[in-house]
Structure formats: C-alpha cells, structure tokens
Design a protein around this ligand. Structure first.
Ligand code: LLP
Length: 391
C-alpha cells in the first residue's frame, strides 16, 4: 500500500529545510475529501454541510472548504471572525455553544449569521433582549439533548442527559412556544449532536429514531414550523490506517440519515462534520532529538510534545507514526515529547523503522483537533501549519 507521505520523497526532502515541529496539510487530499462529501450531499435534496470549524481553523484549510461551497459551524466569536476572514458568507454560518458571551451574540447579529443554536432558556432570553436593542430578529434553532449515547471516548460524548449540552427533551415544546411569543427571535429549527469519532452507524440510526419521535410529538401539538433539522457532526475516521482509508465512508453516513430520518416536506437537513473533513489530510511533522535506551525500553525523544498535539495525553488517542527518513528494520519505542509532564507520551511500545537523531517523523491523522488545540505551556512556540501550496 502507498504511504501518502513517506513515499513522496520530494516532499520529505522539502520537509528537511523547515523548522520542526510543524503541521502539514495535504490539500490535494482535502480537496478530494470535499468532493467526496459533495458527491453524497448533492444526491439528497436539502442536505447542507456546515464544516465544524473547531476541528481546524488554519486559514488555508478554511479557504479550501469555503471554496468547495460549504458553510461553517462556529462555537465562538473568534471562530466566526476566522470564517469571515476566510471568505465564508455570514449567511452560511451557524453558531452553537453553551456559553455565548454578549459580544459574541452581538457579532452574530451584526454580521447576519444564518442562525444561533441556542442551548438554554436564559440564553434565548438574552438573545431576544440583545436583538431587540439592535432592532433585529435573531434566527434561533434549539439544541435538544436527545439522551442518545455514542460508542466513543467518554470525554467526547455530548448527547447524554448528564452532559452539559442542550435543552432537555421535556422542555422542547416550552422553548419553542416561548420563542414563538418573542418579538425579536424567529424559531427556525432543531439541533442535535451526540458525540465525536463515531464509526458505528447504529448511533446515527438511534439519533434519527429519536428525532422522528420528537417531530411526531411536535406535530401532535400543532407545532409545524421546524424548517431545519441539524444533526451535528461526529463521523469518525481510521486512526489505525490513514493510508488505507484516507477518505471516510461518507456514503454510509449520509445514506444512514437518508434511510432512517424522516424529514418533513421542504425541511432542510444540516450536518456539522469536523474531524471527518480534515483529520486525514493533516500530519504533525517532528524531528527525533535523541534515542535513549533504558533498562527495559528505548525512548525516541522528539521535538513535538503534548503542547503541539494533546490528543494522546488527553484522550489516550492513537496517532500512527511514520519515520519518514528510515527504512531500517523495525524496533520498539516509546515516542515521547520534551514537555515536563509524564503524560507527554505519543505512544508506548510502538514498532517503527529504526530511528536515530535527526530523523523526521510524521504523526498522522492530526488535521483535526491538532494544531487548533496547541498550547504554549513551557513557553513553547505554537506550531506553524503549512499546506501543499506553501511547500
Ligand atoms: N457540532 C457540535 C455541536 C460539536 O460539539 C462538534 C464537536 C461537532 C459538530 C463536530 O464533531 P466532529 O464531526 O468533529 O466529530 N477535541 C476532541 C473532539 C471534540 C469534539 C467536540 N464537538 C478530539 O480531539 O477528539
């Protein structure tokens, strides 16, 4: 099987002259991924993708996604600004989050975003009040907590009653009625999101079934003005096999909703995929500083750390590591970073080509929740992100 990075000798040669660690985004793969999504959404009437910007806000990556014609799902004023800078029309931006600050609501109203995904009654009241002060009408969609689990890491499930997200199902009619009575908000839809890195379609079937029940219930109570259903994101990727599965199975994902979710006539279905769009196109490129042999282990100490890619430390996440500059017989390593924390470990007991000082390593599938979650702990510089066009 071809290794998308390692087999590209010319690219690896170029990497040698760039200061490590850095992120590399393969924009050819990104474009192919975007086309694969488009091919599927175009087949279904009323399907729209708002890219979940939180996964990666690198401006060049955003620009590719904007040019492919997708909208954006933002969770902060900063993300809204990043999207506007990248050229996304405000009318294609939706804005979620449990704790929107007043200035973020003002920004959303000022630029005219498509709608707010509202997560509580107090938030609805504040949006109505701010919109009244600005003589505007805010379009609002309610994030309902569907109490549907997801087969994923506990830290990234969001749709259970115990999670902080969304409005309880029991309160759904109450908030819609309330919004319909308010002068400065317009109710435009329902929003859901059950979690992230989900590979079992059963989870999306369970969400579809729950939405069907809720829609029936609303209709029985005479509420028929639900223009949009937004099912959030969550489709996972193969961290084990980025070369074998560089593009996620979008067909299975969209077909699942087409089969199980009963949209009402004229209703639009919105998706907020993040990881599945950008994860596989990004790699964190790092240099081996030292190989340290201890009694029972050998450590490959690299110049990237948990400050550059926190997912292994935070979620026990696995990222495949390729030594881009060695084909020597494999040996076993703990690959660790330079940060003064025991959790600064990328992987333990990992087989890879024999590694020496100066070798370039790629931590794969790092395009989502990689660069954007970087920190400056230990007074480190933030990693720079380069795309195929830059190199
Ligand atoms: N919509 C909402 C409301 C969300 O909360 C999220 C992600 C998404 C969409 C996009 O989900 P995706 O398609 O990327 O699964 N930092 C974690 C992931 C946190 C996801 C938070 N919400 C990680 O590195 O795995």
């Amino acid at each position: 099987m071809n290794n998308l990075l390692k087999d590209n000798a010319a690219l690896v040669e170029k990497f040698r002259s760039i200061r490590t660690p850095f992120y590399y985004y393969d924009t050819e793969l990104l474009d192919k991924t975007l086309q694969a999504i488009k091919k599927e959404t175009d087949q279904h009437e009323g399907y729209h993708l708002h890219y979940a910007v939180k996964a990666c806000t690198n401006s060049k990556v955003l620009s590719h996604i904007m040019k492919a014609g997708f909208g954006a799902d933002c969770v902060s004023g900063g993300e809204i600004q990043a999207c506007l800078n990248a050229g996304f029309p405000a009318s294609e931006i939706v804005f979620a989050g449990v704790g929107k600050s007043d200035w973020e609501i003002v920004l959303g109203l000022k630029v005219g975003i498509q709608y707010f995904n509202v997560e509580s009654i107090p938030e609805l009241e504040v949006i109505n009040e701010i919109a009244a002060g600005m003589q505007k009408v805010a379009r609002v969609s309610f994030r309902i907590n569907p109490n549907v689990g997801a087969d994923t890491h506990a830290n990234i499930t969001t749709g259970l009653a115990e999670n902080k997200f969304g409005i309880a199902m029991e309160d759904m009619e109450k908030v819609i009625t309330l919004a319909n009575e308010m002068k400065n908000v317009e109710f435009v839809g329902l929003h859901f999101h059950i979690g992230s890195q989900i590979l079992e379609m059963d989870n999306f079937i369970a969400l579809s079934n729950r939405i069907n029940e809720l829609q029936d219930q609303l209709e029985q109570n005479g509420i028929r003005n639900v223009k949009n259903i937004n099912v959030g994101g969550g489709l996972g990727i193969s961290y084990q096999d980025p070369d074998g599965q560089p593009i996620p199975d979008f067909k299975a994902y969209f077909d699942t909703y087409a089969k199980y979710l009963k949209l009402r006539p004229g209703q639009h279905l919105h998706f907020e995929l993040g990881r599945a769009v950008v994860a596989q196109c990004g790699s964190l490129i790092t240099k081996c500083l030292y190989v340290k042999k201890a009694a029972t282990k050998q450590f490959a100490i690299v110049d990237a750390g948990m400050t550059d890619l926190i997912r292994p430390a935070l979620y026990d996440a696995f990222h495949k590591i390729d030594n881009l500059t060695s084909n020597a017989a494999e040996e076993t390593y703990d690959v660790v970073g330079p940060i003064c924390e025991s959790s600064d470990v990328f992987v333990k007991d990992y087989s890879m080509n024999a590694t020496k000082r100066g070798d370039l390593l790629a931590l794969r599938s790092a395009g989502a929740y990689g660069e954007i979650m970087a920190s400056q702990y230990n007074c480190r510089s933030l990693p720079i992100g380069y795309t195929t066009e830059d190199i």
